[in-house]
Design a protein around this ligand. Structure first.
Ligand SMILES: [Cu+2]
Length: 696
């Protein structure tokens, strides 16, 4: 793969320093400053010859279109697999068949236990007779970041119903109903010989690129979670099966979640998820190249809130996803990525939805913006240039119990802030601004309210809309259970906690550790009791002044305290990311329900993640709670998994003999050179597995 983290990680780790001269990116411009005359904007951005805020965000141009649901003749062919059980599909555990078809077109049973998948279809969307089906193609195509600028290669997700080369970043928005499960078939067309038909796809590397799609915020089986080496390899397809609902509620009498049933925990009904690449060692590169998109789940409460006018209609024209990303470009306008920068990739050009400093026309009414920080390492403190307050209705995947009004919010890589902005009294021009100064991927340096970077211009137009139901501090959103009428949000209480775990996040030998160990996908770092009680996790940032946003898969967590104090008001409820600033210790509570692992938890500064700041959690069934067959290979750091069902290349598995493949303990520097990281000796050749398909 040429210059990759995988091929160079060993050298830089051993040497403790960068061994090769990295190419130098050119510098972008930050654009006009707050309060300056408009004319100053013209002198900015000269490097690219563009004027900030001269390109719009419009549907199909910066504003992603919804992914087409596949119906009728367009349905997936072959059909997604039923859940293979003796005697046909039905409740109860399944036996892994270890057949490639289970991965390719169905449910990959590599890790044993599933509950009855039909339970997830109950409730809201009972009319559905099958999963909603979607198809995404991963392709390399051309993209224009700058108005009038060069068209440069990106990695994109493309709606399978659209022509080759039409993939976008962000990818199409996936809209789903809660309790209407989805099958997403992902076709990885990032092959070595793509783009031969002159059809808009390009191939700038002539290499195959592996992928693994993580649905960030989803509560899904391990095989569908985007585990770092459960690959969707180039030239192959893989089916991801998504529940689109929260975990089952724990029975307070027994402290146990049911084996079957549709009593889902309303505290954790998902709302604003996103999908992005999570392939081991190369996530930073794949995401920087564009592999990210929104995944929204709509439930009854959101529709009620829209009906009463508290929020705009979900998925409607006033519900807009905005991905904040910092980019770095080479002089020719192509994306700059330095595989040797393990601090975290920081860009000097600011994009919203893949467009450099765009504008968005809005009316004088209420909008819902789902902010996603799609950057690899940058942390923003976001405000409006007018000083107007914004009403946060959700953080990360979940709606808040009640609205929280803020003048600014912090958003680290991977986080979402679901925000209502009311433009009824706004002037004609409002800027979305970042006031966090950050020089490299280690940490935010300081807040500088007098030196904001404008990210997006709102052009406010038209007459003032009539009075709408306000969304202000204290407006009931999901509501507090037992307090607000119909309230749904409940805290995880101290008496539910049955296990305490301590996770220390640190640096070692130029890479990053959790409890002193590097990520090993074959080693579990914790085995929670599946569906029983709750755990208290103490997350400690021991890495000096470095900042680490910690992300938990499968389940979100509730932060109790940070350094003994309450966190910011909007971050006291549900979140799947907690930003640990330098030296911080967060007390969090989390439950592990429904699915056995493996699942990862990790730093979402993606270069830290790629450099092994990940741990593995493997929730384990207990008698009486689940009747799992446990065909799960032990995650002991040594036992191999079945290559066919995991998506791992068989030849690579063969290299995974004892102690060879993954480095595991700090202090093994003399061995690292031999062991490498990931699959240094394994070329991901899509022809190897003999099931290559043409996607164009
Ligand atoms: Cu980190």
């Amino acid at each position: 793969m040429g210059l990759t983290r995988r091929s160079l990680i060993k050298g830089s780790l051993v040497a403790g320093a960068v061994g090769l001269a990295a190419p130098r990116p050119i510098e972008g411009k930050r654009g006009r400053r707050r309060g300056r005359a408009k004319s100053s904007a013209k002198s900015q951005g000269r490097v690219f010859g563009y004027t900030p805020f001269s390109q719009p965000l419009e549907p199909g141009f910066g504003l992603p279109l919804p992914l087409t649901e596949l119906t009728g003749a367009n349905r997936l062919d072959p059909a997604p697999g039923l859940y293979p059980r003796p005697g046909g599909p039905g409740p109860g555990p399944i036996a892994p068949t270890h057949d490639f078809a289970d991965v390719s077109h169905g449910i990959a049973p590599e890790f044993g236990h599933f509950p009855d998948m039909n339970q997830f279809k109950s409730g809201f969307s009972l009319g559905n007779t099958h999963e909603t089906e979607f198809g995404l193609v991963l392709e390399e195509t051309l993209h224009q970041f700058v108005p009038g600028g060069p068209e440069v290669p990106i990695f994109a997700y493309r709606d399978i119903t659209q022509p080759p080369g039409s993939g976008t970043t962000p990818g199409p928005t996936i809209l789903t109903d809660v309790r209407a499960p989805t099958v997403l078939r992902s076709y990885n067309a990032l092959t070595a010989d793509r783009g031969k038909g002159g059809d808009g796809q390009v191939n700038t590397t002539h290499h195959a690129h592996e992928s693994s799609i993580h649905l960030h915020g989803g509560h899904n089986p391990a095989h569908s979670d985007g585990y770092p080496d459960f690959y969707n390899l180039a030239g192959e397809s893989r089916d991801y099966w998504y529940t689109n609902c929260g975990p089952q509620r724990t029975n307070p009498a027994t402290n146990i979640a049911p084996v079957q049933g549709d009593d889902f925990d309303p505290t954790w009904i998902p709302t604003t998820c996103w999908y992005h690449d999570h392939a081991m060692d190369v996530t930073g590169y794949n995401v920087a190249k564009g592999l990210a998109g929104f995944y929204l789940c709509i439930d009854e409460r959101e529709l009620e809130l829209a009906d009463s006018g508290v929020i705009p209609a979900p998925g409607g024209p006033q519900d807009i996803g905005l991905v904040l990303t910092d980019q770095r470009f080479n002089a020719d306008g192509t994306i700059f990525y330095d595989f040797l920068d393990h601090n975290g990739r920081i860009g000097d050009v600011f994009t919203v939805n893949g467009k450099v400093q765009p504008y968005l026309e809005v009316e004088r009414r209420k909008y819902r913006f789902r902010f996603l920080n799609g950057s690899n390492a940058r942390i923003y403190e976001v405000r409006l240039s007018t000083g107007q307050k914004m009403c946060i209705i959700g953080t990360d995947t979940w709606l808040l119990p009640r609205g929280v009004e803020v003048e600014s919010f912090e958003i680290s890589a991977g986080m979402r802030q679901d925000v209502i902005i009311d433009f009824r009294d706004a002037p004609d021009e409002v800027y979305l601004e970042n006031i966090m100064i950050q020089k490299n991927g280690r940490k935010g340096n300081k807040l500088d309210p007098r030196n904001p970077t404008p990210l997006l211009q709102f052009r406010v137009r038209g007459p003032r809309y009539p009075v709408e139901t306000p969304c202000v501090d204290g407006t009931v959103i999901r509501g507090f259970a037992g307090v607000d009428p119909g309230g749904q949000w409940s805290p995880i209480t101290e008496d539910e906690v049955i296990v305490h775990r301590q996770f220390a996040f640190d640096r070692s030998a130029g890479a990053f550790t959790v409890n002193g160990r590097y990520f090993n996908p074959r080693r579990s770092d914790g085995n929670p009791k599946l569906g029983v009680g709750a755990e208290q996790w103490t997350m400690e940032n021991k890495a000096g002044g470095w900042w680490h946003p910690i992300h938990t898969h499968l389940e979100g967590h509730q932060v109790q305290t940070v350094n003994g104090k309450l966190p910011r008001r909007e971050r006291r409820y549900n979140q799947d990311l907690t930003l640990l600033h330098g030296g911080e210790v967060a007390e969090t509570r989390v439950k592990f329900r429904t699915f056995t692992g493996p699942f990862v938890f990790h730093c979402h500064t993606i270069e830290h993640e790629d450099m092994r700041m990940m741990g593995v959690i493997d929730p384990t069934p207990t008698p009486g709670n689940t009747e799992a067959i446990d065909a799960t290979p032990p995650l002991d750091g040594k036992t191999r998994i079945n290559a066919v069902v995991s998506g791992v290349v068989p030849e690579c598995i063969d290299l995974e003999h004892e102690g060879y493949f993954y480095f595991d303990e700090v202090g093994d520097l003399d061995l690292i050179d031999e062991r490498g990281v990931g699959f240094p000796e394994c070329e991901f050749d899509e022809k190897r597995r003999g099931n290559r398909k043409e996607f164009w």
